[in-house]
Write a protein of this length. Structure first.
Length: 372
């Protein structure tokens, strides 16, 4: 078999991201039967401990694809209907006219109009996403705070709406996915964490993936350095953190190999039915936290690469950690990358993030994977 992956070029591109300022990163790329794994930089900048490609890592909102898949499994089983109002399932959490207008589908694709709860849970982020007016003190204050999901949902539901139910573009909101977790619990009689673990993670053999019960990342892992747009200098480690502030909306711990396995099986129709996969791939425009317009389905992003096909997947970030996982529609090429620094861009006088060498280096790595 001819090796279709330029391993030397991939390692060089990975190292370029580290040299641009990323403490450490690691990746797995698959092309048909070929697999390449690489790493560059440090898991701990103080000790010089290197990152390795098999490390476990917090992957942020990639979790949402797992949660969406769990909901779609129940759609396949006839226990949930995508276009049924959420008020019929969770009348106490989303009461009245909004509960009657917002459907399950609108929660999964972020067109519910429900606001993000994060600025209310983290008071010093109250201006979020007006970044210039925020401060990072709440990150330390809430390192071990245990939030209850219904408490966070109430913050989002009671906040001014971000839009009308079903309106586009949608506005990305963790409130939507915490509601989906409560929906899973209501329908199955077990917690969302247990349901997703049993029916998605364990079912497809993801041995290094979990929704953590505590604040620690078990097993070999990198420290997670948060810069908060230069306001934390030097960046501080937040790998130990109680993830109840996002729960099964963004708390997943995984490896780049497990992420590629998950998205490969999902797009092959082995996690949800083909009809549910088709629903996941019906997209609408959604505005991200950073103000970018995403082509968003039911827990999946779509990216068109001219001349090289359509890619599906998700990205995610938490305090200090992040990842992206994308799979070509035909399943022939995959990329998962994990990084251990977040919000590295400093802000200008208007509060807008400024370009950083890391941005260009990551784009070059992605282009190499997608386009060769």
């Amino acid at each position: 078999m001819t090796d279709t992956l330029d391993r030397a070029a991939l390692q060089t591109a990975l190292a370029a991201v580290h040299h641009a300022g990323m403490p450490g990163l690691f990746a797995e790329v698959r092309d048909k039967g070929e697999v390449w794994r690489g790493a560059a930089g440090f898991a701990d900048v103080a000790t010089g401990r290197p990152v390795t490609a098999d490390m476990r890592h917090r992957v942020g909102s990639i979790t949402k694809t797992f949660t969406a898949a769990a909901v779609l499994q129940l759609v396949d089983a006839g226990e949930i209907e995508l276009d049924t109002p959420i008020g019929r399932y969770l009348p106490r959490l989303v009461p009245g006219e909004r509960g009657a207008a917002i459907t399950v589908r609108m929660l999964i694709n972020h067109t519910s109009g429900l606001a993000e709860y994060l600025p209310h849970a983290y008071p010093s982020l109250a201006a979020f996403p007006a970044l210039a007016d925020t401060t990072p003190e709440s990150l330390d204050a809430h390192r071990f705070t245990r939030f209850h999901p219904t408490e966070l949902i109430e913050m989002g539901v009671s906040a001014p709406a971000s839009g009308k139910p079903g309106g586009t573009p949608g506005i990305y909101s963790n409130t939507n996915y915490l509601l989906l977790c409560q929906l899973l619990e209501s329908v199955t009689g077990t917690s969302a964490e247990k349901y997703v673990t049993r029916n998605v993670i364990e079912r497809i053999g993801l041995r290094d993936t979990e929704l953590p019960a505590g604040p620690h990342v078990d097993g070999p892992h990198a420290l997670h350095y948060e810069a908060w747009f230069g306001m934390i200098d030097p960046p501080r480690d937040y790998s130990v953190y109680d993830m109840s502030w996002v729960g099964p909306a963004a708390s997943l711990i995984s490896t780049v190999a497990d992420l590629n396995r998950f998205y490969g099986l999902l797009l092959a129709g082995e996690v949800v039915s083909r009809s549910s996969l088709a629903q996941m791939q019906r997209t609408v425009p959604v505005i991200s936290f950073e103000g970018k317009t995403l082509d968003y389905g039911l827990g999946l992003h779509r990216t068109e690469v001219p001349g090289h096909g359509t890619y599906w997947g998700h990205d995610g970030s938490v305090w200090g950690g992040g990842a992206v996982s994308m799979t070509r529609a035909d399943g022939t090429r995959q990329m998962s990358v994990a990084v251990n620094l977040q919000r590295w861009n400093k802000l200008d006088s208007a509060g807008k993030p400024q370009p950083h060498p890391i941005d260009g280096a990551l784009q070059a790595l992605t282009r190499l994977v997608w386009c060769g």
